[in-house]
Design a protein around this ligand. Structure first.
Ligand code: GLU
Length: 299
């Protein structure tokens, strides 16, 4: 039997904080307990916010924490061709559409639709309004005019068509296998994947020719990831990942979504909260053991 493969996949758009430390350490611990391999993947598709200096800082933080990973690391910015190939396959299946609406236009269209219909417009699990569709908002003439002008557009998954295709490809409803959490409180379970809640998700933008969802699914397959261990904030995204895996004929990893580390104020940690940045804590004299304790991984 081949060995389990795990990955910690940070985005170098800031330094790592305590939440990343928990995720990285849980990946390392599980890789060790399963006799598996640990990979680091640099998720740097956002070329404006990710920098080589931040990447070096992230790797330095991980080494300081005591992580040991295989070389070389996979850097997503070096594999845009892989994501383009996956996008082409989805396109060839008729599942990708051009989307001309800008963020401002989406917000205005949704406000108008809510007023007309007297109901709240649905939001995706991250709280963003579902894409209302170019046809409904712009109409065929404006779409044609934008095409002719070469106006910028994103590429989105046609969710209804994708779900129909998925149903044709597999008899049982879309789902994923969730492993017990680190406290062992939650039993392993098969989770129903409700991708429709995300609407027509973005697969590529003009300035970034892929998206988080597309690149993560392609890379987990390319790297042979067997266990995806990541924060609870990405739990709902797993439905989209499973859908893309089925459509692209990619293997299904096991998933474990771990607790998040709250900030002092009980809110979710962000990269702008310097007081929980590992580099800052280290500069103030914290040791890797103290970090483990602070994230609830006492030896
Ligand atoms: N790059 C993502 C992040 O930093 C993690 C992606 C994943 O683990 O699937 O939040």
């Amino acid at each position: 039997m081949s060995r389990p493969v795990l990955r910690f996949a940070p985005s170098p758009n800031g330094r790592l904080h305590l939440g990343h430390a928990l995720s990285a350490l849980l990946n390392a611990r599980m890789a060790t307990s399963l006799g598996g391999r640990l990979l680091i993947r640099i998720e740097d598709i956002d070329r404006t916010r990710c920098t080589p200096e931040l990447e070096a800082g992230v790797l330095e933080d991980l080494a300081w924490l005591g992580l040991d990973w295989e070389q070389p690391v996979r850097r997503q910015s070096e594999h845009f061709n892989d994501y383009a190939a996956a996008l082409d396959r989805l396109s060839a299946m008729g599942l990708v559409r051009k989307a001309f609406l800008t963020r401002g236009e989406i917000a205005r269209a949704v406000a108008k639709l809510e007023e007309e219909r007297g109901v709240r417009w649905p939001c995706d699990p991250d709280g963003a309004p579902l894409y209302p569709g170019d046809e409904a908002v712009l109409g065929p003439e404006e779409i044609a005019a934008r095409e002719a002008q070469g106006a910028p557009f994103a590429l989105r998954l046609d969710m209804a068509a994708a779900l129909a295709r998925c149903t044709g490809l597999r008899a049982d409803p879309l789902s994923w296998q969730e492993l017990p959490d680190d406290e062992g409180r939650q039993a392993p379970a098969r989770i129903a994947a409700d991708a429709a809640r995300w609407g027509d998700v973005v697969l590529a933008r003009k300035d970034t020719p892929t998206s988080y969802h597309l690149s993560v699914v392609v890379d987990d397959a390319v790297q042979g990831i067997t266990h995806v261990v990541r924060g609870r904030d990405l739990y709902e995204a797993t439905a989209v990942h499973r859908l893309l895996q089925v459509l692209l004929g990619l293997p299904e990893p096991l998933y474990r979504h771990h607790r998040l580390v709250p900030g002092e104020d009980g809110r979710k940690l962000s990269k702008s909260q310097g007081d929980t940045a590992l580099a800052e804590l280290r500069a103030k004299g914290a040791t890797p053991e103290e970090i483990r304790r602070r994230v609830g991984l006492a030896p």
